[in-house]
Design a protein around this ligand. Structure first.
Ligand SMILES: *Cc1c(COP(=O)(O)O)cnc(C)c1O
Length: 370
């Protein structure tokens, strides 16, 4: 008999299920790594921007030293870009780190956290990790039901997570709805607005949420360099909030949570407007490529505002796993979402046109077998 270590709320955590790495699929299915197409983790298909590679080469000479614990240069760049004071910025080892730090900084064990059904898996992990109570609000049309979320806020609620656009469903909440929500949320409840896919939004949907931070002392906006900026492997994200929140975030975070290469690369990527524009253009074209194919195949999908699409690949609860296995055998990695309670669906990241074409052909074959 082994002893049970740790608190019950830690033992109850269901570990995060990441997209399968290319090398693992190659080993498991006896495939060549370079023949595999990975559309599983919403990464940028262009990879690391050249500007960021150059910045990292320059920064590599100093790797014998600790990184700047305060991220002075990166915070200065973000401060200029978002027009907020530098001390309103908190850096994270990926925005995942920001979400975890927020849970630790603002929520006590036994208090509650509100988030939506079908929203990002890390909200449940961060909540569970501090021994808090989950208030999971049923989704509306696969997206956030802000009225229901507002009504679900309890006396002991300290944090609300909102993903906009949402992962894994790709749904989007217009600016006016978010602002109406912010006006009504009790001032004692911290709202984390997680905008990991913001840079993919079309111009007409763009809004500057950093400006809301000036109006709402309980708002924390979270962004990442992992998606549109192509730096997923480096782990850099950041939060913008007023000092009352930022100060607490800074007490909880590890002193050196963002490494030197990541800080240098993020500054370069932030200023690389061309790379960002190229990524957005490719994404819009890939979205059309996917959705036209899904319509031809008669597949239901959730209209997406991110760099991925949630598509229904069958009517039975085994459909997602079955089609996923067929895709893996054909060397295409996508994301099954059974762990989100969506076992009939797959989440597919938008790649380069040729990668998208490989996915469409493999999916067509998988559905014919299914
Ligand atoms: C990918 C993602 C993140 C986290 O990305 P990091 O790599 O940790 O910055 C956060 N929120 C959502 C909704 C995501 O999809």
């Amino acid at each position: 008999m082994t002893k049970n270590f740790g608190p019950e709320y830690v033992r109850a955590i269901a570990p995060y299920q990441a997209g399968k790495p290319i090398a693992e699929v190659a080993r498991e299915f006896g495939l060549q790594e370079d023949a595999i197409v990975k559309l599983a983790s919403n990464e940028n298909p262009f990879g690391v921007p050249e500007s960021a590679k150059a910045a990292m080469s320059a920064a590599a000479a100093e790797l014998g030293r600790y990184p700047d614990a305060n991220g002075f240069d990166l915070k200065a760049a973000l401060s200029a870009r978002y027009n907020v004071p530098a001390d309103w910025v908190t850096l994270g080892n990926g925005s995942n780190d920001i979400l975890e730090i927020a849970a630790h900084a603002f929520v006590e064990r036994g208090q509650s956290v509100v988030y939506s059904q079908y929203s990002f898996a890390v909200y449940a992990l961060a909540t569970q990790g501090v021994g808090a109570r989950h208030i999971v609000v049923p989704a509306k049309a696969h997206g956030h039901d802000l009225d229901a979320m507002l009504a679900a806020i309890a006396e002991d609620t300290r944090l609300v997570f909102i993903a906009n656009p949402n992962n894994p469903t790709g749904t989007f909440i217009p600016a006016a709805d978010i602002e109406a929500f912010l006006q009504k949320v009790p001032a004692s409840v911290v709202v984390v607005l997680d905008e990991a896919y913001n840079e993919f939004l079309a111009a007409e949907n763009q809004f500057e949420s950093a400006d809301w931070v000036k109006k709402y002392p309980n708002l924390l906006v979270s962004r990442t360099f992992s998606k549109a900026y192509g730096l997923a492997g480096l782990r850099v994200g950041f939060a913008i909030a007023q000092p009352a929140l930022t100060d607490l975030m800074n007490r909880i975070r590890q002193p050196f949570n963002v490494n030197s290469l990541a800080q240098a690369a993020a500054i370069a990527a932030l200023n690389d407007k061309e790379f960002l524009a190229k990524s957005a253009t490719n994404n819009a074209a890939g979205y059309r490529q996917f959705t036209e194919a899904f319509e031809q195949l008669g597949l239901e999908y959730v209209p997406s505002y991110g760099n991925f699409v949630l598509v229904k690949v069958g009517e039975d609860t085994g459909a997602g796993a079955r089609v996923n296995l067929s895709l893996l055998k054909q060397g295409v990695i996508v994301r099954p979402v059974g762990n989100y309670g969506l076992p009939e669906w797959l989440r597919i990241s938008i790649g380069l046109p040729q990668e998208n074409a490989v996915l469409i052909a493999a999916l067509t074959k998988a559905l014919a077998e299914s």
